[in-house]
Design a protein around this ligand. Structure first.
Ligand code: NDP
Length: 340
């Protein structure tokens, strides 16, 4: 492993925020982006932690991301709200929509948040985990830049199109999954390129349309959906939910718009919240959650099986105690942003 520097979680936040402020982000954007980056670093989701700082900077320096615009919230229907991020990075817009979305779901049983014109280079679990912490079931969908070939095809069309889901638990952290509809996240390929590692079979094809294990070839060619045509269909669904449904772009349109090739595509995100209590006559949330626990017990009762998010929660506890290890080169890059 390359040389690392150990930082506390608070130091990660302070460093990220100082760098963002110094480069010109407004305080509320810098705080929201630093929150997002820090949560990822803390939970050992490295490809969305400090590793993403150059993406935020490239978005800013290219002029594609506004450093200061305020998100604008409108109510489109009784339980549908829209936050226009105004071509800024998504964290502040998501934070702005968070409480109103939860309140509408608690009132109506189900509510949706449409975030549009947002540059998104983050993981989706923070927004659905926040909903589950309020006792709600959450879903989130984002389309990205065109990196993934449809099943059977050879040319990039879909984004890596992640979707996230959360389920609340009584007295326990929520069950959350957050996964790309590609065989791997793009950041994972970029990290393997940086670290001189090869890719597993089934992740990508090269520019010649042939399978490849070379990260460089993969980035020049196309990623593959997970699970063949099944993942491909999910990628298509995510495109439709995050693009045409919200009046925002498809991945290939987002890619065409990223003229500076920043790797920080601008598009839509759909977040859905459901209140379990509103899905039963008389609403017996406690019984619904207890019923779900029967499933979770049977999953974790099988040797080798685990609940999604448990790895993150373990990492979270470890980071709080021992801090996080950041590659020295990355640390120096971020220090240079913070220095001006
Ligand atoms: P992973 O394959 O690493 O993990 C996917 C999910 O599966 C996680 O919730 C993970 O939980 C869970 N999981 C992993 N192993 C198991 C297991 N053995 N049993 C049960 N659950 C398990 O994620 P991806 O590479 O697909 O995606 C990584 C991230 O990239 C996501 O956060 C996604 O939002 C983000 N992304 C963002 C994009 C954007 O445009 N903004 C584009 C594409 C991806 P755990 O965390 O506990 O390991």
């Amino acid at each position: 492993m390359s040389e690392t520097v150990t930082l506390s979680v608070d130091e990660v936040h302070a460093l990220a925020k100082a760098a963002l402020l110094q480069q010109g982000f407004a305080d509320n954007h810098a705080t929201a982006i630093a929150n997002t980056v820090t949560m990822a670093e803390r939970d050992e989701c490295r490809h969305h932690g400090l590793f993403r700082m150059p993406f935020y900077m490239n978005g800013l320096w290219s002029g594609q991301a506004s450093p200061s615009i305020e998100p604008v919230l409108t109510r489109l229907a009784p339980s549908v709200i829209r936050v226009d991020a105004g071509y800024s990075f998504s964290p502040l817009a998501l934070e702005a929509g968070d409480a109103p979305l939860a309140e509408l779901a608690q009132e109506h049983g189900i509510a949706a948040l449409s975030v549009v014109n947002a540059l998104n280079v983050a993981a989706l679990w923070p927004e659905v985990e926040r909903l589950a912490q309020r006792g709600l079931v959450g879903f989130a969908f984002v389309a990205a830049a065109p990196y993934v070939a449809p099943a059977g095809g050879t040319r990039p069309l879909y984004g890596t199109n992640p979707m996230a889901f959360s389920w609340p638990r009584d007295g326990l952290p929520p069950v959350v999954f957050d996964q790309a509809s590609s065989a791997s996240a793009r950041g994972e390929i970029q990290i393997r390129l940086r670290d001189g590692k090869t890719l597993p079979d089934g992740w990508a094809i090269g520019p010649d349309g042939q399978p490849t294990n070379d990260p460089k070839e993969a980035l020049a060619g196309a990623q593959l959906p997970f699970g063949g045509f099944k993942g491909s269909n999910i990628a298509m669904m995510v495109e439709l939910l995050a693009g045409p449904l919200l009046g925002d772009v498809l991945s290939f349109e987002a890619g065409a718009r990223d003229t500076a090739n920043t790797g920080a595509p601008c598009g839509g995100e759909l977040v859905i919240a459901m209140d379990p209590a509103k899905f039963l006559p008389g609403g017996d949330r406690k019984a619904q959650l207890a019923h779900a626990e029967m499933l979770f017990e049977r999953i974790t009762g099988q040797t080798g099986a685990r609940l999604p998010a448990d790895r993150r929660y373990e990492a979270r506890a470890r980071s709080a105690e021992f801090g996080v290890k950041v590659p020295k080169v990355l640390h120096e890059t971020i220090l240079s942003y913070a220095a001006g």
